[in-house]
Write a protein that binds this ligand. Structure first.
Ligand code: SF4
Ligand code: FES
Length: 240
């Protein structure tokens, strides 16, 4: 089935024609057409970051990130294949063991992009040995809790705080396996910043790191976004 209309340039995604406008990436055009390509660090409000690699697709036999690949007429893009989904599952398993992700006790369960993507990729167990890193939470701020145990280093909070809130409350420090989310304040704690609940950075985290206090279960478990529909179905604002 084609999602393109006459005179719109198209590429194919797993054999389906996708229309696009100049300047869109493959991930943007696919999402606008209601087609799912797994992703974690991409968000439609921000330029692509290209760090999580979940959106890896094949074009002409080569791996490329769909979030940074410019859509072009007649591209033939493969995404939903056993090979690519198997690689995505491994990336997810590595993310799960690198942090401390205990979904049953996490108040973001059901609204968490990592959890929902793991379900979509058929991940049933972490497979690798857990790291169990020691990452204390920061409960210093009166309205916002930071649980660093769940950070997947997507840098969305860094981008939101810097580019939307003009505050640069967050940064990513270290390299490779030592990379960590940092709070930009003298004490290193959130209470020592000017972050507020109204900041875009307060609601952008796709997992359960940046949490407004006293609201955790306002929407009961079982009635949350990914409880009601899988991540592979278009969410609000993503419908064609
Ligand atoms: Fe991404 Fe959340 Fe970690 Fe920020 S705190 S880098 S938004 S996972
Ligand atoms: Fe493309 Fe993360 S969504 S690399």
């Amino acid at each position: 089935m084609s999602t393109a209309s006459l005179n719109t340039p198209t590429f194919t995604l797993d054999g389906v024609e996708i229309g696009f406008v100049a300047g869109q990436t493959v991930l943007q055009a696919a999402t606008r057409a209601g087609r799912y390509i797994p992703h974690l660090c991409w968000h439609e409000e921000f330029p692509a970051h290209g760090s999580c690699r979940l959106c890896g697709v094949k074009v002409g036999g080569h791996m490329v990130c769909a979030c940074t690949l410019q859509a072009a007429a007649d591209l033939e893009v493969e995404s939903n294949t056993d090979e690519l989904n198997g690689q995505r599952k491994k990336l997810l398993q590595m993310l799960f063991i690198e942090g401390n992700h205990f979904c049953p006790s996490c108040e973001k369960s059901g609204n968490c992009l990592l959890q929902a993507t793991a379900y979509a990729m058929g991940m049933e167990a972490p497979h690798f040995e857990e790291f169990y890193p020691d990452r204390p939470v920061d409960a210093s701020h009166p309205d916002i809790l930071l649980d660093f145990n769940r950070c997947i280093l997507c840098a969305l909070c860094v981008r939101a705080s810097r580019d939307v809130d003009n505050k640069s409350v967050f940064a990513i420090g270290g390299r490779g396996i030592s990379s960590r989310l940092l709070v930009n304040s003298e004490s290193g704690t959130l209470a020592d910043t000017d972050m507020t609940l109204q900041d875009r950075a307060a609601t952008i985290c796709p997992v359960g790191v940046i949490l407004p206090k006293r609201r955790g279960f306002a929407i009961p478990i079982g009635q949350r976004r990914f409880d009601l529909q899988p991540v592979s179905e278009p969410g609000p604002g993503e419908r064609p």
